[in-house]
Design a protein around this ligand. Sequence first.
Ligand code: UDP
Ligand code: MG
Length: 321
Amino acid sequence: MDISVVVPLYNEEESLPELSQWIKQVMEEHNFSYEVIFIDDGSIDRSFHILRHLSQKDPHIRAVRFSRNYGKSPALNTGFKMAQGDVVITMDADLQDSPDEIPALYEMIKEEGYDLVSGWKKKRYDPLSKTIPTKLFNATARRVSGINNLHDFNCGLKAYRKDVVKNIEVYGDMHRYIPYLAKNAGFRRIGEKEVKHRARKYGHTKFGLDRFVNGYLDLGTLWFQTKFGVKPMHIFGLLGSIMFFIGFIAVATVIILKIVSLCNPDFHFYLTKSVYFYLSLAAMIMGLQFFLTGFTGELIIRNSQERNSYQIAERLGPGED
Ligand code: UDP
Ligand code: MG
């Protein structure tokens, strides 16, 4: 099979017939063998009812319905597990992404050798309250992830080599950073294609302004996981040592001042009035906390399934393992 189109959706009843018809038309024009996988993320409107009708009429259409609204990332992850096509294309259900882009995206994966191609909505039809923070968000994401050629990390329209989607796990709200996840899994040929964007035709956006706060927090989490995910002691041990060092200097200063005050009746030193005393206490407690956090992290990793799972790119010579 050439292409799997994965469409996450939450309450998009108005768009579905038009979207599936449009995808079908593009696929038939280009003679692609394909499937369209709709993931209904717990819609409370008639979305799934409509999908049932569509799938009865068209064998290319597959659909699953979540029992409740889990989010866009879980929906994508489920679609990725189901996908069978050589190239997997994700798009939003709200008709903001155009199926006309599919052939060119397919070409970039198949012919130009990209692992992942992300759409770039250069001209956007979204309110300013969204487009301006998005620019900032993308600049940060570029810096943190080191993927410098992407303008639009969170574009819903993306194409992947099948290998990529089978080897990444999108969870929480991490759909914003799929290129970063792919890069961490060793897929480095990440490209971009300018795509046409359209205003939302029906319904309304499913994400509020908290998307930016959550987006930044998730980026921090990913960065941390990438750097220290399997070796937390490298960061917590370092912080603990710094604190320990500060505490040591502070304690030494307190002791020296005390000795001086004992030898010299004109010099009064009161332990509880000294900043060094409090500094030494705080530093010791914090240092200990850092070390304990580091050790706890190491213990958790020691018992995690992931601790020794590596992505093998190629093998040579006889034998399976
Ligand atoms: N979506 C989803 N689950 C959610 C929220 C959104 O599957 O909890 C889908 C939504 O139906 C749409 C896509 O994710 O197909 C993008 O959402 P939306 O258009 O609201 O985002 P925006 O375009 O405003 O960034
Ligand atoms: Mg949208």
